[in-house]
Design a protein around this ligand. Structure first.
Ligand code: GRF
Length: 195
């Protein structure tokens, strides 16, 4: 059984494209109903369009308040019958106003083994802290920055010659596999009537 997914992005959209490909190739049963970017210059939007996915730009600057912006996001997702919202490089902190309607229905992917290295530059933070193992996490979204309940993680060994670019690439590759794995787990739980 599949879910209706909505994906929120701000930038290049590699995680989004990975989910779109997985859906279109039948690797997951879920369907990508819409990809929304809060940034009109997001490369990801063109990638989604090329895959014939419905897209929309919802730019906070065009709304009077954060509340209006989030209501527009929420209504757009509801109009598409979205059941699970997947953040993939979405650079805006969602507030209680948005989350009240989407409790445990918004997940995010982050390039660190949370709770370590929340927020921006997570790969750089891992290198600066000289960790031996880095990785990525998928977590439920709450009002904090990368603070929500962890759903699943993948580990990536840090080599002595790794830099931000090499480690970042290895983590991104793991992110793509992890996001698919998590969506499959959601699909299984739905099928078993657990969510
Ligand atoms: C990923 O590293 C993700 O973990 C983080 O933002 C980045 C987005 O990359 N939240 P992309 O746009 O999916 O390529």
């Amino acid at each position: 059984m599949g879910l209706n997914l909505g994906i929120l992005i701000s930038g290049r959209g590699s995680n989004m494209l990975n989910l779109v490909n997985a859906s279109q190739r039948g690797l997951i049963n879920s369907k990508i109903k819409i990809v929304i970017s809060n940034n009109k210059n997001s490369n990801g939007i063109d990638k989604a369009k090329r895959k014939n996915i419905k897209t929309k730009i919802i730019n906070q600057k065009e709304y009077e308040s954060k509340k209006d912006f989030e209501n527009a996001l929420s209504n757009t997702l509801k109009n598409e019958d979205v059941e699970l919202v997947c953040l993939a490089g979405f650079m805006s902190i969602l507030s209680k106003n948005f989350l009240k309607d989407w409790n445990k229905k918004v997940i995010n992917i982050h390039p660190s083994l949370l709770p370590s290295f929340r927020g921006k530059n997570a790969v750089k933070q891992a290198l600066e802290n000289k960790v031996k193992t880095a990785g990525c996490s998928v977590h439920f979204v709450d009002e904090g920055i990368d603070t929500g309940e962890i759903i699943s993680q993948e580990r990536v060994p840090v080599l002595s010659n790794d830099n931000e670019e090499t480690l970042g690439k290895k983590i991104l590759k793991k992110e793509h596999g992890l996001y698919i794995k998590v969506i499959k787990e959601f699909e299984r739980k739905c099928f078993n009537g657990k969510t």
